[in-house]
Design a protein around this ligand. Sequence first.
Ligand code: ASP
Length: 406
Amino acid sequence: MEQKKKMPLAAQIFIALIAGVILGLLMQNHAETAEAYIKPFGTIFLNLVKFIVVPIVLFSIMAGILSMRDIRKLGSIGITTLVYYLLTTAFAVTIGMAGGKLFSGFFPALATTDLSYEAAAETSFMDTLVNIFPSNFIAPMSSATMLQVIFMALLLGFAIILVGKEAEPVVTGVNSLNVVFMKCMDMILRLSPIGVFCLICPVVAANGKAILGSLAMVLLAAYICYVVHVLVVYSLTVRTLGGMSPLEFFKKEMPAMIFAFSSASSVGTLPINLEGCERMGVPKEIASFVLPLGATINMDGTAIYQGVCAIFIASCYGIDLTFGQMLTIVLTATLASIGTAGVPGAGMVMLAMVLTSVGLPVDGIALVAGVDRIFDMGRTAVNITGDASCAVVVANMEKKKELRKR
Ligand code: ASP
C-alpha cells in the first residue's frame, strides 16, 4: 500500500503564513471578528509556548552544564571553547540590537486593539544585578523570572557536578526530564502552522499591508546582522586566532551552512559540520568535543535574532528600552543560548524568555511568530558556522601549544 507522505512542517508553516496573510487582508473590514474568533487559537499556541519555557530553560541549562562535566578534564580546550562561545554570543546579541536600532525607523508603532503595555518601573543596573538572585525556590518559576531561573539552573547544575557520584541518579533524571520537556516542546511546535495562521491573520486584519512591510524590514535587519556577524567576526577570529584564510574556511564550511539553512537544526547538521571541520584539518578529538557542545550551547544566530526582535517588538509597542534593559537582554540572550536546543523553532521559545526578562510583552511574539521559520533558517546557519570557527581557533591554539612544548 502506498504510504501517504506527510508534508514537512516548514512547508506547512509557510502555507499557513500565506493563508493567514491572505485571510487577514480579506478581513480588514472585519478586524474585530478576526480578533474575537481567530486570535484566541493563536493565544492558545502562545500560552503553550509560555508554559514550556520555564522547564525548558531549567532542564536544558542544567543538562548543558552537566554535559560539560568533563570540562576540567579537557582543561584548556574546554575553557577556550567556553570563553569563545560566550564572548561571540554576547557580541552577536549586541550586533542584533544595534541592527534593530538602526532599522527601528522602519518599525511602526502598531495600532492594534490590544497591543498595550504598561511600562515597567525603571530598574537601575544595581537592581537588575540584585534581581538575578532569587530569595525563594518556587517563586522564580511561577512568575517566570528568567534570570533567576537561569541562576537556579546554573547553581543546581554545578552543585550536581560537585557532588559527583552520589548525584548520578539526579544526572540521569535531569537528562531524561530534559528529553521529556524537549518532546513537549516538539509537540507544541508541531502546532506552529495553526498558531502562525491564527496569529498573523488578526495582526494583518488590524494593521493592513503596513505590517507586511515592517515584517520584511525586521527580517532584512536580522539577515544583515547575520551576514555582518559571520563575515566580520568569524573571518577575524578564523584569521587571527585560527591561522586560516577566511576564504578557505567558508569554502569548506559551505555545505554545512547550506544544510543548516534548509534544515533549521544545528543538531541535525552536526555530522556535516564534523566532516567540514575535518576537511579544514581540525583534529577529530577537538572537533568531536567542540562541535556537539556548540550545537547544544552556542547560538550566535539565535542571539542576533533575539536582539533584533526585542528592539522590533519594543518599537511596535512604542517602548524605548533603557540601557539597563539592553544590558539585561545581552545577559539573558547569552545565557539563553546555553538553554536553546539545536532544533527548529527553539529560538522563538527562548525569545519569550528574553522578552520577559526586561518586562516586554510576550504577546509581541505574535508579530514575528508567523515568519519565524525564515528567521530560523538564517540563525541556524550562523549558529553552526560559529561552532566551526571555534573548532578552528581551538585547534590552532592547541597546535601552537604543542609546538611550544617541543
Ligand atoms: N533552529 C536553531 C538551531 O538549531 C535554534 C533556534 O531555533 O534558534 O540552531
